[in-house]
Design a protein around this ligand. Structure first.
Ligand code: ZN
Length: 255
């Protein structure tokens, strides 16, 4: 089974299209949430994500933009973009967002793997530190690999009972689409973030996603990707929508 892992697309149509053009062959898509919020193409992105099928885990921005929670947890800019998204979204996409399931989600064909937005312990938890990772590894003892999003940072944690180790993919320097494969080890457990398609925050502006392959020897491999895309076009849409300028400038900075 080859799973295309997308997360935190955040209504960035140009980034999503570049990732789909760069994507290798896959059997199924798993989307780890935050389809909308921040950027200016929520309807176009919802349309494409719905057409792709596969599994979609709800993200905190999906929940807020669908009106399922208030915006009190959001900073000013996130709240402004969520309010804009609520008015921009077509009713059918709002209805679809409202039906998305909160993680953790699983797939029958892949026992031992879990899909979440924030972490196994919560949709809104940022999995950024080793102490938090320890709590999450302990909360999902029977799970070998958790795929998560929310932090917009490509990489994650490995664990074999000691101190969780943080890792990021190590790419060769180069132009065009880059990828980097990591073989998973049976004696380790993993928390893995494919990175953010539409608003990376690891100081790399290129759109991020990953491919998980289970049939290349247990427990499989994860290949991380970075994809250049038309940032200027995405920024122009943000500005044309009168969204906060910071949402446009951060795209080019990857922060
Ligand atoms: Zn997000």
């Amino acid at each position: 089974m080859r799973l295309l892992l997308l997360s935190d697309i955040h209504a960035n149509l140009e980034a999503l299209e570049a990732c789909m053009d760069a994507a290798p062959e896959f059997d199924k898509i798993v989307n780890l949430g935050d389809v909308v919020g921040y950027n200016a193409s929520p309807n176009e992105v919802c349309e494409r994500v719905r057409a792709m099928g596969g599994m979609v885990v709800r993200g905190n921005h999906d929940r807020a933009c669908a009106g399922l929670s208030d915006l009190s947890e959001f900073n000013l800019i996130a709240a402004m973009s969520a309010r804009w998204t609520q008015t921009a979204l077509a009713p059918e996409h709002i209805a679809w967002l409202r039906e998305l399931q909160q993680g953790p989600l699983r797939m029958e064909a892949l026992p031992g793997i879990e899909f979440v937005h924030g972490s196994p312990r919560g949709e809104d938890e940022y999995l950024l530190s080793a102490p938090t990772a320890t709590l999450d590894f302990n909360a999902s003892e029977h799970i070998d690999v958790v795929f998560f999003g929310h932090t917009h940072l490509q990489g994650g944690f490995t664990y074999n009972g000691g101190h969780p180790l943080y890792f990021t993919p190590q790419y060769e320097v180069g132009k065009g689409v880059l990828h980097c494969t990591m073989r998973l080890l049976a004696r380790e457990r993993y928390l893995i973030n494919p990175g953010s398609v539409g608003q990376p925050r690891d100081n790399d502006w290129r759109a991020a996603f990953a491919l998980y392959e289970s049939d290349v020897g247990f427990p499989g491999t994860v290949t991380f990707y970075r994809v250049p895309y038309d940032v200027q076009a995405a920024q122009a849409r943000v500005l044309a929508a009168n969204l906060p300028e910071r949402l446009a400038t951060r795209l080019a900075l990857g922060r």
